[in-house]
Design a binder for this molecule. Structure first.
Ligand SMILES: [Fe+2]
Length: 249
């Protein structure tokens, strides 16, 4: 079986106004910078991951996602973040190439897309229904390897401000993951910075936003001066995972 290639775009924070900004950054412009810079990675990708905060509290931003990614001949796998409206996201990005939540098999891998949003809150939580769906998706007979995708960081990244709005029921997730031997990695966004950690043998990644970044390892919320970014992921048939962040400073 072949290597599976993914391109992760996260925290695009689009709004209806094409000149709209998040903390001084024009989010449509920086998304386009990433798509241009990562054009070869996008071309080579078997699927795109859009890991939440796709819009910034403005459902008109979904039209720009369709404009920029809607003609791709590959799946664009979407989950909501805390700035999305899950119902409006489902309506706006419910048709191919977009796929909303669920799970998707690519080669020897199953990619499970989870909704960790809590209405009206920045912090995340996986409800019992999502935890049960994860368990069911990775039961006996499922593919050999799994990548689990959720917006909120499942373990602290070392920034107290951002970690105060992380995944609240991480322990419940970790308990379930411990019983799912095919899980190789967890990946998401939310913290607008690159990180890699481990939970036992499971690798845990966060990825820079396609707009503005938060400075790592600080107590509060500090804007980083780094440019937009994205992540390229290779999933190997033997369960190996190679990844790198691409920056467009
Ligand atoms: Fe975000």
């Amino acid at each position: 079986m072949a290597v599976i290639r993914l391109l992760q775009l996260t925290d695009t924070h689009l709004v209806g106004d094409p000149l709209g900004e998040m903390r001084g950054v024009r989010t449509l412009e920086t998304l386009r910078t990433v798509l241009r810079g990562a054009a070869a990675d996008l071309e080579a990708a078997d699927a795109v991951l859009l890991t939440g905060d796709i819009v910034h509290d403005d459902p008109d931003g979904y039209a720009w996602v369709r404009h920029e990614l809607g003609s791709l001949a590959k799946p664009v796998l979407c989950i909501p973040g805390n700035h999305d409206d899950p119902q409006l996201l489902r309506e706006a990005l419910g048709e191919p190439p977009f796929r909303h939540l669920g799970h998707h098999d690519l080669g020897a891998w199953r990619i499970v897309m989870l909704d960790s949003t809590v209405p009206g809150e920045a912090a995340g939580e996986l409800p019992a229904t999502e935890l049960a769906r994860l368990e069911a998706a990775l039961g006996p007979g499922s593919p050999s390897h799994a990548l689990v995708v959720l917006h909120h960081q499942p373990i602290p990244v070392g920034s107290a401000g951002l970690d105060s709005v992380g995944l609240r029921n991480s322990t419940a997730l970790q308990t379930i993951i411990a019983g799912l031997p095919t899980v190789r990695a967890l990946i998401g966004g939310h913290v607008h910075q690159e990180s890699e950690q481990r939970l036992g043998a499971v690798r845990v990644f966060t990825t820079p936003s396609t707009c503005m970044q938060f400075r790592p390892q600080v107590a509060g919320f500090e804007i980083d001066d780094r440019g937009p970014g994205c992540r390229v992921i290779e999933l190997h048939p033997d369960g190996g995972l190679q990844t790198r962040v691409r920056w467009f400073d």
